[in-house]
Design a protein around this ligand. Structure first.
Ligand SMILES: [Zn+2]
Length: 309
């Protein structure tokens, strides 16, 4: 008797469950097997969508418009984490704001994947983030701005998706190898454009660009900000102005996620050209996907350096 009532309860539960999940499937347009994934940055969202298509539903905690250093989480971020099976982050102390979110979400089924693992790091030349003290040990976190590093990151993403959803391993592997080919192709085309430049000197807004500069051959003479969220002192401003004049720096790379005030002052003082580039996709028109973002950043910088001659 007891047994049959327990069966009844189970059957009733299953019925209710399937009715509700049926409704939610219709509402979202995703199939029952869709893997829910959350990423810290929109650039990781793009990678996971490319590798995971069409089996993943990916959300990014920050959009392209916030700084990756100073983001303040929203209440909806925790709900996203609770609903997800996988969370991808850069690591290296970049997303200091996500640790409390993960802890508060208290979601034991969540796998957190650090995509910077095994990426050859560039040490921080400047103090990058005021909130951490041991940043030198970890290296600069803006690894994704070098397409060669992205190959390693994408491999971590593929491994995690295959582990979570082995049924679609074939698709994940195929998507990955297609993307690696695209990365190589783009890099080759862009390297050719940079190689023709006589002047590759730039000053950057904050230290987001060492991997980008190293891969493509740009020469970073100085960073305006060493701590995101703080302003350079009058003495530092004097040093920067002197450096622009002495080294004949023609271009400052500014970022839409940061306050434009300081690059503007330097430009007014010296005539240096301000060229906005974005470390994250989606902040500038036509940069919604990583491949477009890298192409935009290199081509815009190349044409500015050509123009400045
Ligand atoms: Zn940064």
């Amino acid at each position: 008797m007891q047994k049959s009532s327990s069966y009844l309860r189970k059957a009733l539960f299953l019925l209710i469950f399937s009715v509700f999940s049926g409704i939610s499937l219709k509402a979202t347009g995703y199939g029952a097997e869709t893997l829910r994934v959350v990423t810290t940055l929109p650039v990781l969202q793009d990678f996971v969508e490319v590798v995971g298509a069409p089996h993943v539903q990916v959300s990014s905690l920050i959009s392209g418009l916030e700084s990756e250093h100073t983001y303040t989480p929203k209440p909806s971020d925790m709900i996203l984490i609770k609903k997800s099976k996988l969370l991808f982050k850069i690591g290296l102390g970049l997303e200091t704001w996500v640790e409390a979110l993960i802890k508060n979400a208290d979601h034991p089924g969540l796998a957190v994947i650090v995509t910077s693992k095994n990426v050859p790091l560039i040490e921080e030349a400047d103090h990058h983030d005021g909130e951490k003290s041991d940043h030198h040990a970890e290296g600069n976190p803006h690894i994704w701005l070098d397409p060669q590093n992205v190959k390693i990151m994408v491999a971590h993403i593929a491994t995690a998706l295959i582990a979570a959803d082995p049924a679609h391993e074939g698709d994940y592997r195929k998507n990955t190898s297609n993307y690696l080919e695209k990365l190589d192709h783009l890099e080759k085309a862009l390297l050719l454009k940079v190689s023709q430049l006589p002047d590759k000197k730039i000053m950057t807004h904050h230290p987001a660009w060492p991997y980008f500069a190293k891969r493509f051959g740009f020469e970073i003479k100085a960073n305006i900000l060493t701590q995101v969220g703080s302003e350079p002192s009058a003495k530092k401003m004097g040093t920067l102005i002197h450096l622009i004049q002495k080294e004949d720096i023609k271009v400052i790379v500014s970022e839409p996620q940061l306050n434009p005030k300081i690059p503007k002052i330097l430009s007014e003082e010296t005539g240096v050209m301000i060229v906005p580039l974005s470390p994250l996709p989606g902040a500038l028109p036509g940069t919604e996907h990583y491949l477009d973002l890298i192409r935009y950043n290199v081509e815009t910088l190349v044409s500015a350096l050509k123009r400045s001659k």
